[in-house]
Design a protein around this ligand. Structure first.
Ligand SMILES: Cc1cc2nc3c(=O)[nH]c(=O)nc-3n(C[C@H](O)[C@H](O)[C@H](O)COP(=O)(O)OP(=O)(O)OC[C@H]3O[C@@H](n4cnc5c(N)ncnc54)[C@H](O)[C@@H]3O)c2cc1C
Length: 222
């Protein structure tokens, strides 16, 4: 479907609301503004909608609905990326999928020195929770009070501890990802010695959302 008019966009919004429910969607320009503007405030875009799922299943439902409607998806974490990768560049054909409501820490395991955290958790909040349990998560960067774990993994962020602990890639043990057809891929293993087959998670680390939407991450702790 070629989308040309405001009427077409309203129809798409209506279809999205029917499929996903009103509670997941923001559609007014005012509500969408902060998701469609880059961190510096230099570039302001727009979108058909901003969708804010609360669970992996809702991310999957969103991906399926957007595929049916021919809408491209821009995943967004904290929107600190600074290179416009997390905001729309074709507003009439794209939705922003914000992970901000998926911010739970699922587990922190002090026997295994590992944790499983949802993609929308703010990095500094996760680090504080880990510290409260007497452990340390080394990823440290200027944006840590705003950026979200899924964004860190998607950009394979480095930060100030990279020489000692490695890039984000080195800290990831497993991922949960919603693939472009809506399938949920559960690769949330915390196993250190994991030599089973192809290490699929590596494809999604640093992929900036091009291959799937990261919904949860298993990480190493120290
Ligand atoms: C390539 C790159 C490397 C960076 N490295 C560093 C660094 O080493 N040190 C530093 O201080 N800052 C770095 N930054 C800046 C910024 O602090 C990081 O980008 C931060 O990790 C991004 O997190 P965020 O939640 O704000 O992601 P956002 O800015 O929201 O998104 C960044 C990119 O990841 C995608 N994305 C976000 N969440 C998901 C998800 N759940 N699933 C799939 N895709 C998603 C977005 O579509 C976008 O393309 C880097 C930025 C980029 C673009």
């Amino acid at each position: 479907m070629t989308i040309v008019s405001e009427h077409d966009i309203e129809e798409l919004r209506f279809s999205l609301k029917n499929r996903l429910g009103e509670a997941l969607l923001l559609t007014s320009q005012e509500d969408m503004l902060r998701y469609c503007r880059d961190w510096h405030g230099d570039v302001t875009s727009s979108a058909v909608a901003v969708i804010r799922p609360r669970s992996t299943q809702e991310v999957s439902d969103t991906v399926r609905a957007c595929a049916e409607l021919g809408l491209a998806i821009i995943p967004q974490g904290g929107n600190t990326g600074l290179v416009l990768g997390g905001i729309p560049d074709a507003p009439k054909h794209q939705v922003v999928l914000s992970l901000e409501r998926m911010n739970a820490i699922r587990t922190i395991d002090s026997d295994d020195f590992s944790a499983v955290v949802e993609a929308g958790c703010i990095l500094s909040e996760f680090k504080d929770a880990v510290q409260d349990k007497g452990m340390f998560f080394p990823l440290s960067l200027g944006a840590q009070g705003s950026c979200r774990i899924g964004g860190n993994v998607s950009t394979n962020a480095g930060g100030i501890n990279v020489l000692r602990y490695g890039m984000t890639r080195e800290l990831v043990l497993g991922l949960e990802v919603v693939l472009p057809d809506g399938t949920i891929w559960n690769g949330l293993s915390t196993l250190r010695k994991d030599n089973r087959g192809i290490d699929l998670k590596q494809l999604f680390i640093g992929a900036e959302g091009t291959l799937g939407i990261i919904t949860a991450v298993a990480v190493k702790l120290y």
